[in-house]
Design a protein around this ligand. Structure first.
Ligand SMILES: Nc1ncnc2c1ncn2[C@@H]1O[C@H](COP(=O)(O)OP(=O)(O)OP(=O)(O)O)[C@@H](O)[C@H]1O
Ligand SMILES: O=P(O)(O)OC[C@H]1O[C@](O)(CO)[C@@H](O)[C@@H]1O
Ligand SMILES: [Mg+2]
Length: 528
């Protein structure tokens, strides 16, 4: 049988045994269930304009191989008559001898790469890269770039590469910088960005465009986009920012504007779901080594030295976990995802005393979001939020330092040498390292290719090392956290040989242990 479908993903099927005609309109509900789009964009030209025969395995019509494509919106979903143009990269010197300049419309990136013979194939995303057709003429583009949320190494590289990518690859020369985050759309003047203006900015930390928290007013922002005639919006920021980008995309669609909205995920905490890792994370982990080294040098030079290093990580302990794994000088790592307790058997005090006896010193790395529930108990009534509505954290480093001091000097009558290092902002206020710089370049260029090709409402990022376009709503649904049930956390425990804090102790009334077990039971079990 011949199988004709209108999807760009036709090539992603297994080898044929027989073929048949598949009605394009029924692709989501077809009994074979080849297509299970989370988002069905029936007006997408790539779906509706091509009818190319393909062959698919139909040996068992009841088989559902669980192949799901989570595609991103396209401008033609709500502006069906938009004209397209040949991609100017066709004539680009840079791509002149590239074997395959354009990504194939049917190329998808699998979210799940460890599979078993009979397991479901799972979710897939559209592969990022230059597309054969673009939906903007170069001279028609008026792009803008905005950065929101906290700092992260590499933001300036992303800004630079969006500007250079638009200009060098697509001949775009009308690019505006929105200053000071979302509120800059309606309260500040814009900057004119050219390759010359941004030439050196990647060598500096911070953001050339300034940033802020709060101030997201969708109506005012989209009014401003409309008034200024902006038709490509590049939004660099974390989970909050991506939620804001999603609101902007929805409003743009509601108003029927030809405006592509592209999100570039940024967060030092590495807490954005779906993507492999966020840019600047490696740089931050590397910088954290300097603080850990300092703590180690200090405490191994004195008697009963206890070093505490507090690292960023609001809800996700990735920086603390990776900095610990990289260092080997850390005896214990405390993260928000893993409840711990101080007193009694299997507790932190007992472990510190053991290490002091064994080695004469100990280094503890604590993520800023760890142990917040205990701090909240001892400092009742403090519940402040920042301008974006993020809960302001209590200082776990100071709390830990004080509790350890009290325990050893007052209760155990032991002389200790406490060194507390809080390098918090130092690890994020630096320029990105070489590998993050390359990563930032890929993100920026992929975002530019996506917007030029008319995709919108997408976030770009690597999924199993391949850059993909991910619907913004998908990355904001959940937050990436360290899974205690994954092998990575077990690797850390095996490396530090620290307690897992899973042993219940009388002094905690078994509460902490129960909390932990409940937490673990509620987790999706995955392994990396
Ligand atoms: N649900 C939301 N809807 C619309 N805008 C939002 C939402 N959440 C946050 N924002 C806006 O996004 C911007 C950045 O949010 P936030 O301060 O939480 O930082 P972030 O992007 O999560 O980055 P970081 O990783 O540094 O926390 C702010 O301007 C905020 O107003
Ligand atoms: O003090 P600021 O700039 O609001 O940012 C602090 C927060 O931002 C982050 O770096 C990123 O969310 C967190 O780790 C930290 O809690
Ligand atoms: Mg955030």
């Amino acid at each position: 049988m011949d199988l004709s479908i209108s999807s760009p993903f036709r090539g992603a099927f297994p080898a044929p045994t027989s073929t048949f005609i598949l009605n394009p309109k029924s692709r989501c509900s077809h009994s074979l269930n080849f297509f299970k789009h989370r988002n069905s964009y029936s007006k997408n030209p790539l779906f509706s304009r091509q009818k190319i025969p393909i062959r698919a395995q139909v040996s068992d019509p009841a088989v559902d191989d669980g192949f799901v494509i989570d595609d991103v919106p396209h401008l033609t979903d709500f502006l069906p008559d938009l004209p397209s143009y040949p991609n100017p990269l066709q004539n680009s010197q840079a791509y002149a001898i590239v074997k395959q300049t354009f990504v194939r419309p049917e190329d998808v990136v699998a979210q799940k790469i460890v599979v078993q013979k009979d397991s479901s194939r799972g979710e897939h995303f559209r592969r990022a890269g230059p597309c054969e057709k673009v939906y903007f003429k170069s001279e028609e583009v008026r792009a803008c770039i905005v950065t929101c949320g906290g700092l992260c190494p590499g933001i300036n590289t992303v800004i630079r590469e969006i500007v250079c990518g638009l200009n060098y690859m697509y001949g775009v020369d009308d690019i505006l910088g929105i200053q000071g985050g979302y509120r800059g759309f309606y309260s500040k003047n814009t900057l004119i960005l050219t390759p010359k203006v941004v030439n050196d900015i990647h060598k500096r930390g911070g953001t050339f465009l300034l940033t802020s928290r709060g101030g997201h007013d969708t109506q005012k922002i989209v009014d401003n986009i409309q008034d200024r005639g902006i038709n490509q919006v590049y939004i660099i920021g974390g989970d909050g920012t991506q939620r804001g980008a999603s609101r902007i995309y929805e409003e743009v669609e509601k108003r029927g504007l030809k405006v592509a909205v592209a999100g570039i995920p940024k967060t030092i905490d590495n807490d954005i779901a779906v993507i492999d890792k966020s840019f600047g994370f490696d740089t931050a982990v590397e910088e954290a080594q300097r603080a850990i080294n300092a703590a180690h040098v200090e405490v191994e030079s004195v008697e009963n030295g206890i070093g505490i290093v507090k690292l960023m990580g609001r809800y996700s302990g990735f920086i603390a976990m990776f900095a610990t794994l990289a260092s080997r000088d850390v005896d214990c790592c405390l993260i928000p995802e893993s409840p711990f307790y101080l007193e009694g058997k299997g507790g932190l005090f007992e472990f510190i005393e053991e290490r002091l006896k064994e080695n004469g010193h100990i280094v503890i790395v604590v993520a800023e979001g760890a142990g917040q529930e205990y701090l909240a108990q001892s400092m009742q009534g403090i519940d402040e939020k920042d301008a974006s509505g993020n809960r302001l954290l209590l200082d776990v480093g100071l709390w830990l330092t004080q509790n350890i001091k009290d325990h050893f000097t007052k209760e155990r009558k032991m002389a200790i040498n406490m060194k507390y290092i809080d390098p918090t902002y130092m690890i994020r206020a630096i320029p990105s390292n070489a590998s993050d710089n390359i990563y930032c370049t890929l993100l920026a260029q992929s975002a530019v290719h996506g917007a030029m090709a008319g995709y919108t409402g997408f976030t770009v990022g690597p999924v199993n090392s391949r850059h993909a376009y991910i619907p913004i709503s998908h990355v904001t649904e959940t937050q990436n956290t360290v899974k205690l049930t994954d092998r990575m956390w077990a690797r850390l425990l095996a490396s530090t040989n620290q307690p897992s804090f899973l042993n219940c102790d009388e002094s905690t009334g078994g509460k902490v242990c129960k909390d932990t077990i409940d937490l673990i039971n509620n987790m999706k079990i995955t392994s990396i």
